[in-house]
Design a protein. Structure first.
Length: 259
């Protein structure tokens, strides 16, 4: 059995980017009188920039109607990001961001097996709390041995600091942990921290490929489309299946040293 399971949030626990953050950003733009809106395609491009405030500042570089002065842009980005988070919370409370298939069941697997879980995300603590309170109830934080977020690790993924902090809090060696990620930046962050990764592809990252991942597939809610194959075949990806992939990865890593 693995020593800990570490969860990314946006795109991994739920499709928060498409149905949450994008919608909330555009609502914030409208409320602030910002004369542009992000399309779904444009937001997908902006996801290459880690962090919501950073995305705003990056986008302003090519918006002719953006403030000319850097200080004005900073103030606008801070105001828009703060308001976006408020709108995001309202979207979550309205029940418009379900957990992705298989997530709730895998959370239960870990609880039943006594495998500690952690959150390793560079989104804000308020956004994490809003999402998980909606689905797991008032005592959602008790389901996780640690919750590391933007306030703890201001350097965004692919910087590995949020994963290193989570490992320290858990007291688990990197080789014993597995991270669940959807995006290249998160995969790189986990790998740089020495943590093996299971990739569950999301709407904005449907083609994520990583040769070093333990496994990659379209959803935790089905065994179809995963490589390596989930064995034995079942209805969803279970903790036992992740443990088998992890054991296989550890065995492969030992072989060069044994030669």
């Amino acid at each position: 059995m693995i020593g800990a399971l570490l969860w990314d949030v946006d795109g991994t626990l739920a499709e928060t980017e498409r149905h949450g953050h994008l919608v909330a950003f555009n609502q914030a733009f409208e409320a602030l009188g910002v004369p542009w809106r992000w399309s779904e395609a444009r937001y997908g491009e902006l996801l290459a920039v880690a962090g919501g405030r950073e995305r705003l500042l990056h986008d302003m570089q090519c918006q002719p109607e953006a403030p000319a002065q850097a200080g004005e842009r900073e103030r606008l980005a801070a105001a828009a990001h703060r308001l976006k988070n408020e709108y995001y919370g309202a979207i979550v409370r309205a029940g418009r961001l379900p957990l992705r298939p298989g997530v709730a069941q895998l959370l239960d697997d870990c609880a039943s097996a006594g495998v500690p879980m952690g959150i390793a995300s560079t989104t804000t603590r308020s956004n994490i709390a809003a999402l998980l309170h909606s689905h797991l109830g008032e005592e959602w934080a008790l389901r996780f041995a640690t919750v590391m977020c933007a306030e703890d690790a201001p350097n965004k993924k692919p910087d590995p600091s949020v994963y290193r902090l989570a490992l320290t809090a858990l007291g688990v060696p990197a080789a014993a942990a597995v991270a669940i990620e959807d995006a290249p930046a998160g995969i790189e962050a986990a790998r740089r921290a020495g943590i093996a990764v299971v990739v569950t592809r999301s709407h904005y990252f449907p083609d994520t490929v990583d040769a070093q991942a333990l496994a990659a597939g379209p959803t935790l809610g089905s065994v179809q489309g995963w490589h390596p194959h989930a064995q034995p075949a079942g209805a969803r990806i279970t903790l036992a299946q992740i443990a088998r992939w992890h054991a296989r990865g550890q065995a492969a890593a030992r072989r060069p040293a044994e030669r």
